[in-house]
Design a binder for this molecule. Structure first.
Ligand code: NAP
Ligand code: ZN
Ligand code: ZN
Length: 351
């Protein structure tokens, strides 16, 4: 039986998000039905709602940093029980048999993973609707366990901002001897600082915003470099093994490449599209440096970052909002006025 659900949706790229009722599909035998408690607000929600990537399908119910409680489970589900705290991130399905899927990298599925929203269900091809809503139905393989005792509102952003910074930190083997930098102190950036510090790295923040110094240090940065200050950029020449660039807009990445150490990598996770100005290859060639990209993380990595955060007492720094404050939250996010992740208290849908 389908479930009637209330949520918030965008109906076009010009529209503000507004209340919208829709139906969740009939749960299948491997499905978990989750009552949503909190949903983080990712800058990707803003990009998707405003169709920055040209693939928006409306009505769109955004939200892929979902924390909730199991309401019911299908007959073949053994890993979850009713009442348990669980999470859902950016994906709800993938083919499960291609090489990336078999390596636990479902985000790179050869057939394309099914996104939590603005995607299609792989079985019945109905549109997927995300976490700005009362509940969600997800196959058990894509449901994450929340470590016991973890603060639930602060756990939500781990499902996207957390794993998106964790995946490159792990892929490039960051540890005690690593020099790591993060570009941009927003939702992803603040998780990058916390996670890199907890892995034992020496951590630097590149920011355009001088006012973020105190927060950055509290979040794990050993130093802050104002990226528009050429003298400060010169001080960190040749330093970093890994730079995670979280900036959501087109920006010049050339000034960062000389700050990489020999063999270092600048990994873009924020901006999608052509670079302008173009990338100068000279500092890359002369120092065997790489510019790379990285997409969220697989289910295994997502559970790994949740468990790591559980052991290290890490959650996101969040500002809890009501669902009817979501349009203002988007505007604030575009002004970089967020410390450091908005999280919607989903009880406000009913209030
Ligand atoms: N690859 C993936 O899988 C993945 C996953 C999630 C999100 N994303 C993308 O990652 C990006 C960041 O997401 P978020 O949620 O962390 O966003 P956010 O909270 O808005 O933070 C972005 C930060 O980037 C800096 N910034 C913003 N505009 C800038 C500009 N024009 N030039 C230079 N710096 C700028 C600001 O930091 P300062 O004030 O410190 O400079 C800002 O706080 C978005 O594009 C999002 O879609 C990608
Ligand atoms: Zn996201
Ligand atoms: Zn696959």
């Amino acid at each position: 039986m389908v479930t009637n659900v209330s949520g918030y949706a965008a109906h076009s790229k010009q529209d503000r998000l507004a209340p919208w009722n829709f139906q969740r599909r009939d749960p299948r035998s491997d499905d978990v039905m989750i009552d949503i408690l909190f949903c983080g607000v990712c800058h990707s929600d803003v990009h998707n709602v405003r169709d920055d990537w040209g693939n928006a399908v409306y009505p769109m119910v955004p939200g892929h940093e979902i924390i909730g409680r199991v309401a019911s489970v299908g007959s073949t589900v053994t890993r979850f029980k009713v009442g348990e705290s669980v999470g859902v991130g950016c994906m709800i399905d993938s083919c499960q048999h291609c090489k990336p899927c078999l390596r636990g990298l479902e985000q790179y599925c050869d057939e394309g993973s099914a996104y939590t929203y603005n995607g299609l269900d792989r079985h019945d091809h109905t549109p997927t609707y995300g976490g700005y809503s009362e509940n969600i139905v997800v196959s058990d393989k894509f449901v994450l366990k929340v470590p016991d005792g973890m603060e639930l509102k602060g756990a939500a952003p781990l499902l996207c901002a957390g794993v998106t910074t964790w995946s490159p930190l792990r892929h490039w083997n960051v540890g005690k001897d690593s020099q790591v930098a993060v570009v941009g102190l927003g939702g992803l950036g603040h998780m990058g600082l916390k996670l890199a510090k907890a892995l034992g790295a020496d951590v630097t923040l590149f920011s355009r915003s001088p006012g973020k110094e105190v927060d950055a240090r509290r979040l794990g940065a050993d130093r802050i470099i104002i990226s528009t200050d050429a003298a400060q950029m010169g001080e960190v020449k040749g330093r970093f093994d890994l730079i995670i660039d979280t900036v959501p807009m087109l920006h010049d990445i050339n000034p960062y490449v000389p700050t990489l150490a020999l063999g270092g990598t600048l990994v873009l996770v924020g901006y999608l599209g052509d670079l302008d100005p173009m990338l100068n290859t000279a500092p890359m060639v002369m120092g065997r440096k790489s510019v790379a990209g990285s997409l969220i993380g697989g289910v295994k990595e997502t559970q790994e970052v949740l468990d790591f955060c559980g052991r290290h007492g890490i959650t996101a720094d969040v500002e809890v909002i009501r669902i009817d404050e979501i349009n203002e939250a988007y505007e604030r996010m575009l002004r970089s006025d967020v410390k450091y992740r908005f999280v919607i208290d989903m009880a406000s849908l009913k209030a």
